[in-house]
Design a protein around this ligand. Structure first.
Ligand SMILES: Cc1cc2nc3c(=O)[nH]c(=O)nc-3n(C[C@H](O)[C@H](O)[C@H](O)COP(=O)(O)O)c2cc1C
Length: 342
């Protein structure tokens, strides 16, 4: 199967799949009956990798490098602009191999000239390719994605994952913009978070388990479709936030992986994330209901977050990180066993 066909199938499966959300049931925010703040006075601004975001949200990497992606990325950029979100493009490798596809990515910068845009490549890329990817969308930062389980379950996927750390360090050194290392739905453990910090990355997007599940998608794409024993592989999004924070306390931690409503976003931010990425929901709503529906859905998530900020007495995201949080059940046990800190 060609990369082009695969990208189209990923979009199709994302549009058709039931939307899965991360499991934050073990994480409870404590109600504050005397919040001393006002809905209209909330400060939603944050910084990630030294970049200021007006709101702690971005549409995460989805697509590019296939004809249909130009319209999709144009729509995503329009929605991101109207919602005040940052935006990551999908992996740009296809356009680095074939310049014809550059437009499917650069369209986002045309539509959203003053937006915060993240470029995206896998850790197989070198510093030269990374610089070209950044240039293509005049990116504010580069996301480097790690997706070992996905590659392993794809018949045509990579099998050799050596050299990633060295290349990430080279990219960090060579690029004029910060690097965000991200997972795609299997999470990042504290040990690897520490390695990522030592390579000079500015931020980690934990890409935890619970939302888009590429092992599941790839097993459904298989001919004939297969049931994978590994469907539950990975570190859940709440635990991945705590793992990454513990392993890389000096880095900005970004949360993604099934964060599909304002309560989940608030919980992720209260656990220490500085922003929240949304991919599967954005792909599904855009492709099945259209641009206006996606805009409404994302605006609703922001409104839900604001309610929770008031109900927890958090006038800003810095304050939200200080509220009391109760972590119980399996999440609490894992936290204890792994000596994680909030
Ligand atoms: C259709 C689709 C395509 C994706 N393509 C990319 C990609 O090219 N590069 C990347 O880093 N992540 C890619 N992702 C992963 C997302 O950026 C995100 O890390 C992951 O889906 C978890 O977030 P979610 O649960 O909100 O979807 C893709 C996700 C979807 C749904």
């Amino acid at each position: 199967m060609t990369r082009r066909e695969r990208k189209l199938e990923h979009l199709k499966y994302a549009a058709e799949a039931n939307l899965a959300s991360a499991d934050f049931h073990d994480v409870q925010l404590v109600h504050n009956c005397l919040p001393e703040t006002a809905y209209t006075a909330l400060d939603l601004s944050t910084t990630v990798a030294g970049i200021r975001l007006a709101r702690p949200f971005f549409i995460n990497a989805i697509t590019g490098g296939v004809e249909a992606a130009e319209d999709i990325n144009r729509s995503l950029a329009e929605v991101a602009k109207e919602c005040g979100f940052a935006l990551a493009v999908g992996s740009q490798m296809a356009a680095l191999e074939n310049a014809e596809y550059s437009r499917t990515f650069s369209v986002v910068r045309e539509v959203y000239p003053d937006g915060v845009i993240f470029a995206n490549l896998g850790a197989y890329a070198d510093a030269d390719l990374a610089a070209k990817a950044v240039e293509m969308v005049q990116a504010d930062a580069l996301q480097i994605h790690l997706n070992v389980p996905q590659e392993l379950v794809m018949p045509e996927g990579d099998r050799d994952f050596r050299g990633y750390t060295e290349r990430i360090a080279e990219i960090v050194k060579a690029l004029p913009v910060p690097v965000i290392v991200k997972e795609v739905g299997f999470g990042i453990a504290k040990e690897q978070a520490a390695v990522i910090a030592s390579l000079g990355a500015a931020a980690i997007d934990v890409g935890g388990k619970g939302g888009t599940n590429f092992i599941d998608i790839e097993s459904r794409r298989a001919r004939p479709p297969q049931e994978s024993i590994l469907k539950n592989w990975g570190i859940s999004t709440p635990l991945a936030i705590l793992e990454a924070k513990t392993g890389a306390p000096a880095l900005d931690i970004v949360a993604s992986g099934g964060i599909n409503n304002g309560l989940l976003a608030a919980k992720a931010l209260a656990l220490g994330a500085k922003a929240v990425g949304i991919a599967g929901l954005a792909a599904k709503v855009l492709l099945s209901e259209g641009k206006e529906a996606l805009k409404r859905r994302l605006q609703n998530i922001v409104a839900e977050l604001k309610l929770i900020m008031v109900m927890t007495g958090s006038p800003s995201l810095v304050e939200l990180q200080k509220i009391p949080v109760v972590i119980t059940g399996k999440t609490g046990e894992w936290m204890k066993a792994r000596e994680l800190v909030r």
